[in-house]
Write a protein that binds this ligand. Structure first.
Ligand SMILES: Cc1ncc(COP(=O)(O)O)c(C=O)c1O
Length: 381
């Protein structure tokens, strides 16, 4: 089966095959054009008109909302996935003895923000999962009446295993436990419909599968949960309207729990948010179903054609896997050498925890993967 070739929508140097979107995604040409326009505004600041300060974040929120099927008014703009987790970890009220469940060996983003709560007597469990992500059964065994919150990745960065978010969300909801999910290795790679999930908040980095510049991210927090946040974030652009900006009187704080209030400062971040909006619009125009189909072909090809000298760490079963393929040479002491050998030939994978990680996205082609496999299978230790 063939899939369209999207390489023309990008400007990647053809001598380099980028198979590491799980670390950093390239911006598409459309985003580079949008960025050039934003640079023009800064070159000639009369173009940087006041309405743009409202319009740019609004447009980005609208694009993110279409991507994950939520209301744009509930989207919080950030600079990372960590940003949203910090809002939650620092803004929600926790009592001594409350318990939080995380995944051991998750990407540190999902763990570090919660660890500060240990100083307040909150017990943070990092549970080891048998198959790299927690199953609903494993989670059910770990929860008790003190469990307040669970924070897990939809796709595990170091193995590509995918969480059964439907079952996990249902379990959490049934026990009144907050369920927070990190979409960083998933959003932009396949369809995500928050309307179908029972989760309370999601966070996501913008510079991976969403093809945004580095320093982008978003967070969505269910309205009722957002209203419980006690987090002093008082930014003039978010909180003040035109009338209050023009008043000479003393300022007062509004009791405002809109998503906008929690946006990262400098929200009209033109050089990052203008191209990121264009990237998300590009992904939406290709269609998440088409992207998913395309990427599945590439992943299938890697999984099927790796020769017997390699061990697949990622799952084979389609229901468990994602667009991340992690593998190891049978003799793991060779892995770093293999990684360097591939890089020297222009194949850019990631090297984490002494394993190789390939993460192809829509700008990759079946020819790229054929060439990668040829290089791998010709590797002589
Ligand atoms: C699951 C996951 N979340 C988040 C990040 C990055 O975090 P942040 O955007 O907070 O720097 C990564 C990076 O690889 C990741 O794999």
């Amino acid at each position: 089966m063939n899939s369209p070739d999207y390489t023309g929508d990008f400007s990647i140097d053809p001598r380099h095959i980028w198979l590491n979107v799980a670390s950093e995604g390239p911006i598409p040409k459309k985003a580079a054009e949008a960025l050039s326009e934003a640079v023009q505004w800064k070159l000639s600041p009369h173009l940087l008109t006041i309405p743009k300060f409202q319009q740019i974040p609004l447009e980005l929120k609208r694009s993110i909302a279409r991507l994950i099927h939520v209301d744009g008014d509930d989207v919080i703009l950030g600079n990372s996935a960590t940003y949203g987790l910090h809002l939650l970890a620092n803004g929600l009220e926790f009592k001594k003895g409350d318990e939080i469940i995380l995944l051991q060996n998750d990407f540190p983003t999902d763990i570090l923000p919660w660890l500060s709560l240990e100083a307040k007597g909150v017990i943070v469990h990092q549970l080891a999962a048998q198959k790299h992500v927690l199953s609903a059964e494993e989670l059910a065994r770990a929860i008790n009446h003190r469990t307040r919150l669970v924070c897990l990745p939809l796709v595990h960065s170091f193995t590509g295993f995918k969480l059964d978010v439907t079952a996990i969300g249902r379990l959490c909801r049934a026990h009144g436990i907050l369920c927070i999910v990190n979409l960083s290795q998933a959003a932009g790679a396949f369809e995500i419909d928050l309307l179908q999930w029972e989760v309370d908040a999601v966070v996501c980095a913008g510079y991976k599968w969403l093809l945004g510049p580095y320093g982008t991210g978003f967070c969505w927090i269910k309205k009722e949960l957002r209203q419980q946040l006690d987090y002093a974030q008082n930014y003039w652009i978010s909180l003040m309207d035109e009338a209050s900006l023009n008043s000479e009187g003393a300022l007062t704080l509004k009791n405002d729990h809109s998503a906008r209030r929690y946006d990262v400062f400098g929200t009209a971040n033109f050089f990052n948010y203008v191209p990121w909006t264009a990237s998300i619009e590009y992904l939406l125009s290709v269609g998440l179903d088409n992207i998913e189909r395309h990427n599945r072909l590439l992943v299938d090809q890697i999984i099927q054609d790796l020769d017997g000298r390699f061990e697949l760490v990622s799952p084979r079963a389609e229901s468990e896997r994602s667009n991340i393929v992690v593998f190891s040479y049978k003799d793991p002491s060779q892995n770093f050498r293999l990684f360097e050998y591939l890089k020297a030939q222009g194949f850019h994978l990631a090297f984490w925890k002494n394993k190789l990680r390939a993460s192809p996205h829509l700008y990759n082609t079946t020819q790229h993967i054929e060439r990668l496999l040829l290089a791998l299978n010709n590797y002589a230790a």
